[in-house]
Design a protein around this ligand. Structure first.
Ligand SMILES: C[S@@+](CC[C@H](N)C(=O)[O-])C[C@H]1O[C@@H](n2cnc3c(N)ncnc32)[C@H](O)[C@@H]1O
Length: 242
């Protein structure tokens, strides 16, 4: 069969689509009881939950943008501290490291220990092995607990733990996007610090809650893929006053 190049799909991509997905590993999601699975198809990986695909190695434009937009605002600060939740495939962490100074400290909170193991193994090469960077510390824990542990501690907090405020991976994550979670994030930020939140789409009620929590809010629509391609995702940049 000869396949012509059509609508952004190359013949090589059709060949890849014909390869069946292979299950590489599975893990329980703490506090949820659900299962998270890592699949591979050729050189492509996907992380899936029962509810659907959480993340694919081919599309990370908006995950990169989450870090780029937030870290651009704090890049000149001495010894910046950044909290990232969660790790996923490491794209947000890698993008933050590219934007931050050599004296930065990046704490990555990841709920599922297997995700950290996958990033130290087969997923590591996709984002350029960000966990090997000396500025990074990994904490295998719920980011909700990590951000409540310290006050006025971070210059930026980057949250991409779910599909957005109306998440599907874990009921317990609702707290992060609710009033109590936003108050905790506000308290954990240093003056003029940035809370950046990724979402699959807009959410007016969440924007309102950010304002009510005391943040100055900027909502940005970004493309899912690099080179201005793919669907549009939403990123909130919420700045704590001085
Ligand atoms: C969509 S992925 C993140 C993708 C990431 N931005 C990237 O660039 O690859 C969501 C990640 O958050 C983790 N996660 C979910 N809930 C969490 C929580 N409460 N605390 C920390 N990590 C969490 C998941 O296990 C998963 O690794």
């Amino acid at each position: 069969m000869v396949i012509e190049e059509t609508e952004g799909f190359s013949p090589q991509m059709f060949e890849v689509f014909m390869i069946p997905w292979k299950l590489i590993d599975r893990a329980q999601v703490p506090g949820h009881g659900g299962e998270m699975c890592l699949y591979q198809r050729g050189g492509e990986f996907t992380i899936r939950l029962a509810a659907g695909e959480l993340m694919n190695s081919r599309a990370h434009g908006s995950e990169d943008a989450l870090a780029e937009l937030a870290c651009a605002r704090i890049a000149d600060r001495p010894c910046p501290r950044v909290l990232i939740g969660g790790l996923g495939m490491g794209y947000t962490t890698a993008a933050a490291l590219r934007r931050l100074r050599a004296d930065a400290q990046v704490l990555v909170a990841e709920l599922v220990p297997a995700v950290v193991k996958w990033n130290r193994g087969p997923l590591g090469e996709f984002a350029g092995h960000p966990l090997q960077d000396a500025r990074v510390t990994v904490c295998e824990a719920d980011v909700a607990l990590v951000l409540q542990a310290e006050q006025r501690a971070y210059d930026a907090i980057l949250l991409d733990v779910d599909n957005g405020p109306e998440g599907f991976s874990r009921k317990g994550n609702d707290w992060l996007y609710a009033r109590a979670g936003l108050a905790a994030a506000f308290a954990a930020l240093r003056p003029a610090g940035v809370l950046a939140v990724w979402s699959a789409g807009p959410d007016r009620a969440f924007t309102k809650r950010l304002h009510q929590a005391g943040f100055t809010v900027n909502e940005v629509r970004v493309r899912a893929r690099a080179s201005n391609k793919g669907g549009r995702h939403t990123i909130w940049l919420a700045v704590r006053g001085s």
